[in-house]
Design a protein around this ligand. Structure first.
Ligand code: HEC
Ligand code: HEC
Ligand code: HEC
Length: 404
């Protein structure tokens, strides 16, 4: 950074010196007669003409070289050192400038790191590698080469990493984040990148699930193992809410959520690429599979200072003065309209809070029924979201929905 400013200053000083010299040239001399004055004007004009002509000539020659097809765009031939320097310099300057207004949220939450690790494994490892294979052989033949990130993350500020991961890098093959609507997943990836240099092969594998589960195969149980790497064995979740519990969720809701992700109507740079690879039959089978699994909750969740009780009141009665309807009028409803309202009981509280915040910021998207939440979420305060989420996490799911 300091070096680049120095170079810029040097260039500016050079240009200023040159300009001064040219501008000062005629007045330095003693110009007595009008003839001489005219003569000097003429030489100045002639010099300008030569410059313009030279510029045009260079442009024409450049264009001719371009249409001749002689400029190599082969990745195999590499860059000249000066081209590489120039491109890297331009990239650092641009990322630095555009990331200035960004402010990083707290990133030490292990749930964020876990979520970011799974996202990295699925969206980035193919180019940037993992402790097991830091330099994937095919990606090493890209130009520029995707670096092994633990070696370079310290060169960037947290906000700069966010900017790169969210927007990608033009002319390099580094893609933008698949869903531009929301930033929380990008921050999760950044939280992981900050931890990445500390990880060895085992701790990396622990964060992302087993090696086998990471591969997305064709056979149904391979697909299922892929889901489990994030949603946990039996769909009961792993990583304290990095991904939601699916076991015992309603079959219609599961199916239409998968199809909403695939059609980019529900926004998630983590789930969209997964869902887009599923065909119709796989989606239906997966929905059926998870709906039929029991949501056996591990232990009682502790009630944080009466939060469950306050949450229960909101869920049962709503909050009239904030025009918030009773959540249970939809979410614990049985009857013909039942299948479209997701089961919240026994869901991770932090996942519920996150979804409510996404609804509030209009960043969630969802199925064709998601608009029903539009009038609910905006009026809830952060504390009320936490209370009602704690209430649902503490509830056992309704038997009817688990045993379809
Ligand atoms: C298709 C290959 C590809 C994928 C997938 C990919 N990247 Fe990149 N990435 C690149 C390339 C190429 C560069 C540019 C390297 C350069 O110019 O030095 C890059 C650069 C970066 C950089 C800047 C590092 C540096 O110092 O050059 C970061 C950070 C990064 N990628 C993170 C990610 C993350 C996180 C993901 C997943 C969400 C990801 N990348 C997915 C190819 C990829
Ligand atoms: C890389 C991790 C990852 C993998 C692999 C993954 N998921 Fe997800 N899944 C998530 C995350 C994170 C969310 C929450 C996304 C959001 O905020 O919308 C999610 C959400 C979902 C939802 C919506 C649940 C709800 O309550 O709204 C469904 C359904 C789902 N996943 C099914 C699947 C299935 C089926 C597979 C396997 C084909 C799968 N997922 C694979 C991470 C993953
Ligand atoms: C009018 C009916 C209705 C009411 C009232 C309602 N919801 Fe919902 N809610 C829905 C529907 C429908 C969805 C599914 C959105 C979709 O399909 O994408 C949903 C989704 C959600 C989700 C996301 C679940 C997931 O797995 O991703 C949460 C969290 C949620 N609601 C919480 C609440 C809370 C808290 C309240 C009360 C303050 C509430 N809802 C009141 C209809 C309602």
């Amino acid at each position: 950074m300091r070096q680049s400013v120095k170079i810029l200053l040097l260039l500016a000083a050079g240009a200023a010196g040159l300009f001064k010299k040219v501008a000062a040239a005629p007045s330095d001399r003693e110009i007595n007669s009008k003839d001489e004055q005219k003569h000097s004007k003429l030489t100045l004009w002639q010099a300008a003409k030569v410059l313009i002509l030279a510029g045009v000539a260079v442009g024409v020659i450049g264009f001719l070289v371009l249409i001749s097809g002689l400029v190599p765009i082969k990745a195999s031939s590499g860059h000249w050192r000066v081209t590489r320097w120039f491109l890297t310099f331009a990239m650092h300057r641009s990322v630095g400038t555009y990331s200035t207004p960004i402010e990083a949220p707290p990133l030490s939450d292990p749930v964020l790191v876990q979520k970011g690790a799974s996202a990295y494994e699925n969206n980035c490892r193919v180019c940037h590698g993992s402790p097991k294979l830091p330099h994937p052989p095919v990606a090493q033949h890209m130009l520029p080469r995707p670096p092994y990130l633990p070696h370079v993350v310290s060169e960037w500020d947290t906000e700069e990493l966010f900017h790169i991961v969210k927007h990608g890098l033009k002319f390099t093959g580094m893609p933008a984040w698949p869903s531009q609507q929301r930033d929380d997943e990008v921050w999760a990836v950044v939280a992981f990148l900050l931890e990445f240099p500390k990880l060895d092969q085992n701790s990396y594998r622990g964060l992302v699930g087993t090696d086998a589960a990471a591969e997305f195969g064709e056979a149904f149980d391979q697909v299922l193992r892929h889901c489990e790497s994030c949603h946990g064995p039996q769909g009961m979740g792993r990583g304290f809410g990095a991904a939601p519990r699916l076991a015992g969720q309603k079959v219609d809701y599961l199916y239409s959520s998968l199809s909403a992700y695939a059609r980019q109507q529900r926004y998630s740079g983590i789930m969209q690429p997964v869902a887009a690879r599923l065909n119709e039959e796989q989606m239906q089978r997966l929905a059926q599979h998870y709906a039929n699994l029991p949501r056996n909750l591990p232990t009682e969740t502790p009630d944080a200072a009466g939060a469950v009780e306050r949450g229960q009141k909101i869920a049962n009665e709503g909050i009239r003065e904030q025009r918030i309807p009773a959540c249970n009028s939809c979410h614990r409803q049985s009857g013909p309209r039942n299948p479209i309202y997701p089961e919240l009981s026994g869901q991770y509280a932090n996942y519920i809070v996150l979804q409510l915040k996404l609804f509030q910021r209009e960043q969630r998207g969802g199925t064709s029924y998601a608009h029903l939440m539009r009038h609910v979420a905006p009026n809830l305060s952060n504390d009320q979201m936490q209370d009602v989420a704690n209430y649902y996490e503490s509830l056992a799911p309704q038997v009817a929905s688990a045993a379809r």
